[in-house]
Design a protein around this ligand. Structure first.
Ligand SMILES: Cc1ncc(COP(=O)(O)O)c(C=O)c1O
Length: 444
């Protein structure tokens, strides 16, 4: 009910019923003219002022297929998945899956499932406590020790998610008056950690070492540089050696988030730092268990002094329930497989080479990826969901990514390649995607 305090905001709803022409394309689905940008700031004093206009758009956009997210999977995230089609209510079975992070195909391995089942019998469901209180089980202790050994570091701290590992590590260490400089494409969890720390935050142009140097110059005080091992939306890597050199020159510590590169890069899977022989030069090594290990959670590894300090000051860990013991058991099993089966990495990189060659052959624009994360750059913010729907109907499960996850006019499909894909999966998937993109004029 509208009153003077809570005005009827429906009066402010944007007009979205009109047909229009955008960039010469006949738009017969007006919902595509709007996205989250239109509903971020608004006039009015009621905190709920944007809910009605958003709902007006959402109730049109969602059923029309402009929110192609949260489609429930009905199966494990293997290379073929069964997914509920939200439009028809039917389950689409056997879609070729390029949407899951399971880079080594570990989440559904028998060894992992058995470890989880065994942990259920001992520990039941959740940890029922913060890790510093009652939430640390023998499994958590074993996991942190095994991660530290694996990363050749003195210690490691386990967090409930990779997101909270970034937030807790950055805000746990840096304070108001300090300086944090991160790559402009740093993940949201890095950015949120920077904001929470209240330190001065600067961003350098993506992978641009000269700009990093400019951003570090002239600052007196504690400094931290944060980069990723593999950037999650482009699949490219940082010029880490040069970044470390500039950081050291300016007395800055270096942190790397290896969410997408730990367990897959380097002969032993220790990440981009192993691949580039910079394991000692980087001060803080962060990663997630949700990507290559197919589990959940995050870690920070480094010197014992760093880990013990963060144990006391990482609020996202301190004030949050520990990982479920079952999850810890699954990750431990997956980590052991990642360590003892280097052939998984060999197969992954063979698959990546195979897929890139196939996509190139089909004229699919793949951007600058140097990893198993391959963006398909369609750059058409208005039509990406239409393309997404067509790809889904063609038999492929892959997520469209648009603003705010990537900049405007940089819309893409983010493809994750797994060691578990067969060449047949890859070939078929690429052919189906290329067929749809050809219909949309994205490739020849
Ligand atoms: C670079 C990067 N860091 C951190 C995270 C957060 O990890 P998690 O999903 O395990 O919370 C992600 C997730 O996508 C990521 O891409």
């Amino acid at each position: 009910m509208a009153d003077s305090k809570h005005p009827d905001t429906s009066l402010k709803q944007p007009k979205i019923e009109t047909r229009s022409r955008l960039g010469g394309v006949d738009i017969d689905r007006p919902a595509m003219q709007y996205d989250y940008t239109n509903f971020y700031f608004g006039a009015g004093e009621d905190s709920f002022a944007l809910l009605d206009p958003f709902d007006a758009w959402w109730s049109e956009a969602e059923p029309e297929g402009y929110y192609q997210y949260e489609s429930p999977l009905q199966s494990a995230p293997t290379t073929r998945v069964d997914v509920l089609d939200k439009k028809t209510g039917q389950v689409r079975a056997g879609l070729i899956n390029f949407a899951s992070y399971n880079y080594l195909g570990l989440s559904y391995r028998e060894e992992v499932k058995e470890a989880i089942k065994a942990a259920v019998d001992v520990y039941g469901g959740g940890a029922s406590g913060s890790p510093i209180l009652s939430g640390t089980t023998a499994l958590h202790k074993e996991l942190s020790e095994e991660v530290a050994r694996f990363k050749l570091k003195e210690g490691a701290l386990i967090f409930p998610t990779g997101y909270s590992a970034n937030v807790g590590t950055i805000a746990g260490l840096m304070r108001s008056g300090d300086l944090i400089v991160a790559d402009q494409w740093a993940h949201a969890s890095i950015v949120d950690g920077m904001i929470l720390s209240k330190a001065t935050s600067r961003f350098f142009r993506h992978n641009n070492v000269e700009d990093l140097e400019r951003k570090l110059s002239g600052f007196n005080g504690k400094k931290l540089v944060v980069v990723e091992g593999v950037y999650s939306m482009d699949g490219d890597m940082p010029p880490l050696r040069d970044i470390v050199a500039v950081a050291k020159k300016h007395g800055a510590r270096v942190m790397i988030d290896e969410a997408h590169s730990a367990f897959v890069f380097g002969d032993n899977g220790r990440g981009v730092v192993e691949e580039l022989d910079l394991e000692e030069e980087v001060d803080i090594h962060l990663g997630t268990f949700s990507k290559s290990l197919g589990g959940q959670g995050g870690y920070t590894a480094g010197s014992l002094k760093l880990i013990n300090y963060l144990r006391g000051f990482s609020r996202s860990r301190f004030f949050s329930c520990a990982l479920a013991p079952t999850v810890a058991a699954g990750i431990l099993a997956a980590l052991r497989l990642a360590k003892t089966e280097p052939q998984l990495r060999t197969r992954l990189w063979d698959n990546v080479r195979f897929m890139k060659a196939k996509l190139d052959e089909d004229g699919v624009p793949t951007g600058v990826s140097a990893s198993q994360v391959i963006p398909i750059m369609v750059r058409d913010d208005a039509r990406i969901f239409e393309m997404g729907e067509a790809i889904f109907r063609a038999g492929v499960f892959i997520n469209p990514v648009k603003y705010p996850a990537v900049p405007k006019h940089k819309s893409r499909f983010r493809m994750s390649i797994s060691a578990a894909h067969t060449h047949e999966d890859l070939e078929q998937g690429a052919t189906l995607i290329a067929g749809v993109l050809r219909d949309f004029g994205v490739c020849q």
